[in-house]
Design a protein around this ligand. Structure first.
Ligand SMILES: [Zn+2]
Length: 266
């Protein structure tokens, strides 16, 4: 009885949120046009993306930094791209944080590290985005906005940061998100470990790579940059890292290469 009631309560709350945060048609069409890697049409999952986008807007709090006012267009651009990775999983993996801080451009943050002999070194880090355990997620609007033209290069700052959120949902940023039953953890570690090692060698040798060389910073970054390419430039990832593509396809339960190939010429 209780579960029936709570299920009904949940459905009612969700219906109210969808109404409260409905994305107007014109704004939604504009968003799909700006970010053509998003699902278009029912067969690609567009209605589900739009539904998740509304629920995301209802659950999260957007704050502009340095006087930036976060418009509806900006919030929807961020929400729709953030919901793409979880299109087939729902928003539960994003429950661990609420805040999204949008900077006008890249943010400079002061870092300090102590070296082996305990000397503290300070330096500035320039960030397009950042995800930390428990949130908030920080994003540079300039980088978010350019996601359409940058897709061909495999770049997407929103997907990058939300891949970190998925990775950290189990408390550890190690490039291993919470895996569904069908994916063996050992296989994941082995595949990502060997692909990452080979990738680092190529980056060290200054060879051209499909993935952002930043992925060589750590296996958690490798998972994040592979996730970016998976969604915005999938044939390139499938060609250069087929084993990674296959694991991401099974993890995200989406096949963006097939999705985009099925569209034909514009
Ligand atoms: Zn990162």
């Amino acid at each position: 009885m209780w579960s029936v009631l709570s299920e009904r309560w949940r459905a009612r709350r969700e219906a109210a949120a969808l109404e409260r945060r409905a994305v107007p048609d014109a704004l939604w069409r504009r968003t799909l046009k700006r970010f053509p890697f998003l699902p278009q049409g029912e067969a690609e999952g567009e209605p589900e993306l739009r539904r998740l986008t509304s629920l995301f807007l209802d659950a999260k709090e957007f704050t502009g930094a340095h006087g930036l006012v976060v418009s509806d267009d900006m919030a929807v651009a961020i929400a729709a791209q953030a919901c793409l990775p979880v299109l087939a999983m729902g928003l539960a993996p994003y429950d661990g944080f609420v805040g999204i801080v949008v900077h006008p451009g890249q943010a400079r943050v002061r870092r300090s590290v102590s070296d082996d002999i305990g000397v503290v070194h300070e330096y500035d880090d320039i960030l397009s985005g950042e995800a930390v355990q428990g949130g908030p997620v920080m994003l540079s609007w300039r980088d978010v906005r350019s996601a359409g033209p940058k897709a061909a290069l495999g770049y997407n700052v929103v997907i990058h940061e939300f891949a970190h959120v998925l990775d950290m949902a189990d408390g550890v940023p190690d490039g291993i998100p919470t895996l569904p039953r069908g994916i063996d953890r050992g296989t994941w570690i082995e595949t990502f470990g060997s692909e990452y090692a080979a990738f680092c060698e190529r980056v060290d040798a200054d060879q051209h790579t499909t993935l952002d060389p930043y992925g060589a910073e750590g296996v958690d970054e490798f998972f994040a940059v592979a996730s970016e390419a998976f969604f915005v430039s999938p044939p390139a990832l499938a060609t250069e890292h087929p084993a990674v593509y296959d694991l991401l396809r099974r993890y995200y339960r989406q096949d963006p290469a097939t999705r985009l190939a099925g569209r034909g010429p514009e």
